[in-house]
Design a protein around this ligand. Structure first.
Ligand SMILES: Nc1ncnc2c1ncn2[C@@H]1O[C@H](COP(=O)(O)OP(=O)(O)OP(=O)(O)O)[C@@H](O)[C@H]1O
Ligand SMILES: [Mg+2]
Length: 385
C-alpha cells in the first residue's frame, strides 16, 4: 500500500481504550456531572453516582472523561481528586476489586489471608497517607452487585471527611437499584443517578464524523458513507459498533488500494462483524424479488450507498427488457420492494412521498450480490452501473 492511500492515519484513536478528548452529544451530561461533583467535593462531601445506559451508549467513555476532567480541574478544599478505575467484569468479587483499590493507594497485599474488612482498614490507612477525594469507578458493576456485594455498602458509607472523601461511581447497562440493599440504595438518590438515552441516528453520525476527524486522513470519508454506517447501526445506538464498522470499512478500502472509503467497503466490512445474507436466503426469494434485488445491486455497484426508488424502477424495467420478461406494474414493484425490506435485505427511506424514497442494501458488497443473483437468474454478467 502506498502511503498516499493510507486512510487510518491514527488508527490507535479507534482503539476501545482510547478516551476521546470530546464526547459529542454528551456535552450536557458531562457538564452536569462535572458541576455536581465539584459542588459536593468542594463541600467535603462524597458524591456517589449510578450511571446506566445501553450497550455502546458511551458510559465508559463518559466516566473516564469525567474522572480525567475532575483530576485536572485542580484541588478542592485543598485536596486533589484521585480517580481509580476498575472493570468488574473480570474481577467479579469484592476481594479482587479490593486488591485493585489497594494497589491504587500504593499498598500491595497477598491475595490470601485477609478478610474484606481487614482489607478495607488497610485501604483507609492508604487513603489517610495520601489524602484526596477518591473517585472509585466500578465499571460493569452488575457482575459484582448481582452476587450480593458488601463492598458497595462499605464504600458508599465511608466518612473520611477531614481526610478527603470516597465517592463511589457504579456503571452498568441496567438499573442496579433493585439489587442493592436499602442502605446502599439510599446513597443513590435522584441527583445521584443518571440514565443515558440511546444515541439516535443523527448522534451516531456526529460521533462518526468527529472520530473520523481524529483517526482518518482528511477527505477519506464522505458524509454519505457515515450516514450509511449510522443506518446500519440503527435504533440500538451502539457507538462501539459504529466505530467498528468505520474501522473495518477503512481497512477494506486500504486493502483495495483506494484512498477513500466507498459504500462497497462498508458493506464488505460489515460482513466480518455480522452474519449477512446466506445463499439459502436467496434461494427462498421469488423471481420478482430476485429481479428487483439484481437491479438494486447493479445500481449500487458504483459509489453510492443508496439509489432513488425512481431510478431503481427504471433500471429494473431495463433489466426485465434484457431478460425478455414482461414489464412489472408500479404496484407490484413496490410490493416486491416492501417484501425485500421485511426480509431485512433492503432498507427504504421515504423522504415524503413514496416516489422519492431512497433504497439501500447494506448486507453484502453489491458487486458480489449482483454476481450471485446473475448466476441464479441465468443472466449474462453485466458491467452496467
Ligand atoms: N459521545 C461520544 N463521542 C465520541 N466517541 C464516543 C461517544 N460515545 C461513545 N464513544 C465511543 O464509542 C465507543 C463505545 O463507547 P463506550 O465504551 O463508552 O460505551 P459503553 O456504554 O461503555 O458500552 P458497554 O455497555 O458495552 O460497556 C468507545 O470507543 C467510545 O470512545
Ligand atoms: Mg463500557
Amino acid at each position: 500500500m502506498s502511503p498516499a492511500s493510507r486512510i487510518l492515519v491514527r488508527e490507535e484513536t479507534l482503539d476501545p481504550s482510547f478516551v476521546p478528548p470530546k464526547l459529542v452529544r454528551r456535552e450536557t451530561e458531562l457538564a452536569l456531572l462535572f458541576r455536581r461533583f465539584r459542588e459536593s467535593l468542594g463541600k467535603g462531601l462524597p458524591h456517589p453516582l449510578l450511571l446506566t445506559g445501553g450497550i455502546g451508549s458511551g458510559k465508559t467513555a463518559l466516566v473516564r472523561r469525567l474522572a480525567d476532567d475532575l483530576e485536572r480541574g485542580g484541588r478542592l478544599r485543598d485536596l486533589p481528586v484521585r480517580p481509580t478505575y476498575v472493570n468488574c467484569w473480570r474481577r467479579a468479587s469484592d476481594r479482587t476489586v479490593m486488591l485493585d483499590l489497594l494497589r491504587s493507594v500504593g499498598v500491595s497485599l497477598p491475595d490470601r489471608g485477609y478478610g474484606l474488612s481487614e482489607m478495607l482498614d488497610v485501604f483507609e490507612q492508604g487513603v489517610r497517607r495520601s489524602p484526596a477525594h477518591h473517585l472509585i469507578l466500578l465499571d460493569e458493576a452488575a457482575a459484582l452487585v448481582k452476587q450480593g456485594t458488601k463492598l458497595v455498602y462499605l464504600l458508599s458509607r465511608s466518612r473520611e471527611v477531614e481526610l478527603g472523601s470516597i465517592s463511589l461511581v457504579l456503571v452498568a447497562a441496567e438499573d442496579l437499584l433493585p439489587y442493592l440493599d436499602a442502605a446502599s440504595r439510599s446513597s443513590f438518590g435522584v441527583t445521584r443517578r443518571l440514565a443515558l438515552a440511546p444515541y439516535d441516528r443523527d448522534a451516531i453520525e456526529a460521533i462518526l464524523a468527529y472520530r473520523s476527524e481524529l483517526a482518518l486522513r482528511p477527505g477519506s470519508v464522505a458524509p454519505e458513507i457515515l450516514g450509511q454506517i449510522a443506518r446500519i447501526v440503527g435504533r440500538g445506538g451502539d457507538a462501539r459498533f459504529a466505530l467498528e464498522l468505520l474501522a473495518n470499512a477503512a481497512h477494506a478500502a486500504e486493502e483495495a488500494g483506494e484512498g477513500e472509503i466507498g459504500a462497497e467497503h462498508v458493506r464488505r466490512g460489515k460482513g466480518s462483524l455480522l452474519p449477512t445474507v446466506s445463499e439459502n436466503q436467496l434461494e427462498s426469494l421469488s423471481t420478482n424479488q430476485l429481479g428487483v434485488l439484481l437491479a438494486l445491486s447493479r445500481s449500487l455497484k458504483g459509489k453510492r450507498s443508496t439509489v432513488p426508488s425512481q431510478r431503481l424502477r427504471a433500471n429494473h424495467a431495463a433489466l426485465l427488457e434484457e431478460l425478455g420478461g414482461p414489464a412489472m406494474s408500479r404496484t407490484t414493484f413496490w410490493r416486491t420492494l416492501k417484501e425485500l425490506e421485511r426480509d431485512g435485505l433492503v432498507s427504504l427511506e421515504s423522504a415524503g412521498s413514496g416516489e422519492s424514497s431512497q433504497v439501500a442494501m447494506d448486507e453484502l458488497p453489491a458487486s458480489f450480490l449482483a454476481t450471485l443473483l446473475e448466476e441464479r437468474l441465468g443472466v449474462a454478467r453485466s458491467g452496467k452501473g
